[in-house]
Design a protein around this ligand. Sequence first.
Ligand code: ADP
Ligand code: MG
Length: 323
Amino acid sequence: SEMSLEDLDHVGPATAQKLIDAGFNTIEAIAVASPAEIATSADIGESTAAKIINAARKSADIGGFETGDMVLDRRKLVGKLTTGCTEFNEMLGGGVETQSITELYGEFGSGKTQVAHQLAVNVQLPKEKGGLNGSVIMIDTENTFRPERIAQMVDGLSQKHGEDYDPEEFLKHIHVARAYNSNHQILLSDSASELANELKNTERPVRLFIVDSLTAHFRAEYVGRGTLADRQQKLNKHLHDLQRLGDLFNAAVIVTNQVMSKPDAFFGDPTKPIGGHILGHTATFRLYLRKSKGDKRIVRLVDSPNLPDGESIIAVTTEGLQD
Ligand code: ADP
Ligand code: MG
């Protein structure tokens, strides 16, 4: 955004600096914040914070109402990205949707990162092959992005499609950043927006955002009951930023979330993803991944707003995801 915070009513240089120091460094970030959140973290009076938020909402043109036909027009643009697996695609009503957040949750080794890598490849395919002709922005929090793995998957697709895809070309359209902590992760979603803007009118607009893992830093940094509300609030805002990226760029958003195999007193039910119900309401598609025999994985669709719950089986092979 070309506008600076000081262009907002009620924001002078000192207030702008306080906001930036507290992590509210874009007008959008302010627009989706609550007065209490800004008041406490930026040391600004709550009534002033409310006025600033209102100014930011007007300026960012968000938080308003849309008519049903506007929503329908936007929904008409929803793209479906192939997973490369027949059952998995069918369960999703054709594939992973743009303008939605899809959460992959499961134990360590259940295949979340593998699915994310495969989608980063598939999204680059032409429409007739189930892709979206797009590029990818990936926020990698666990240092698990592997270009070699992308290359294997591209070779796998070359075999499957009888084409001669160039792995290097695919790697050029995957923009990866490591996030070193949860604040950095949140900042990177702002940079992602800028990068996506730059690519918007090119041949390769961003059609997929990946955050792998969404929750690992939050989980590690916010330990103890007292900090739980704070964690949820930050995670909630981060997810809303991601949803907005999906809407703005007509892109799919994939986030991963690890669940513990052993019952864990703090995080409760091991089969329930961390992030609790806030994540549940924001992620439109929730996919629970489980290991099965050999290279097989069971993917369960949970609580979709418009699709029946269901299960599908995929295989994670050297060539990538397969039926
Ligand atoms: P997580 O859910 O923790 O992100 P991953 O997506 O990293 O799990 O899955 C790791 C698993 O993926 C490995 O245990 C292995 O079964 C499979 N896998 C990873 N790389 C390959 C490969 N090159 N060929 C075949 N299978 C692989
Ligand atoms: Mg992983």
